[in-house]
Ligand binder design. Sequence first.
Ligand code: BTN
Length: 229
Amino acid sequence: MAPSVALVIHRCASVSSTQDEARRWVEAGVARAGHVIVADEQTEGRGRHGRVWLSPRGGLYATYVVSPHPQIAVVAGMAVHRSLHQFGVPAALKWPNDLLIEGRKLAGILIESLETEKLVLVGVGVNLEEAPLETAISLRAADGNVGRGELVATIGRGLQFLATEEDLLSKYRATLSTLGRAVRVDLGENRPPVEGKAIDVDPAGQLIVRTIDGDHVVSAGDCIHLRAL
Ligand code: BTN
């Protein structure tokens, strides 16, 4: 990722997904690294693993256009975590980059590559006013007091800053609430889940889970914290 450039914020009213909007704007030459597309609502917001990301008015829906970085998932998770903490919101970072409060989801991150343009789209969704699901929590319910614009800009600066930070991995290890815990990682259809103790992350940001049959390296999946060990 290039060193810090001014953040250019494009604000939209309603879009299908800020990821698609960003992709179109990049392809049309309107957006480039350092630009962020923010929408008031999304009609087809999407999450990881092909899930729907419910996106009613009042939430934060932003896609940051960034240059590729070998640890972009780590950079993104840390940027959102640090930004929330900067505003006094004590969210925990669950591997790989979910932000939780009281075990409920406050924010999620979706990373997609734009291979043809050699750019990456970092999509961030934060439940500001309401939590659209039982398993979610809103910033308002968590007594957080931060405006959408401030949070969008702080995350953007965090993405730029963290991309140049030394020893990101040890900071990520120290931040992750997953390490040392009993976890189950669901790997998707037709693959058995991996259950054991999360012991480390490797330089690629993959989770190492110690199970009764040895250590498993998990690159993607849904990680569930089972209980504190
Ligand atoms: C997750 O599954 O945890 C990731 C959710 C990412 C949601 C954001 S909202 C802005 C951007 N546009 C989308 O359609 N998705 C991401």
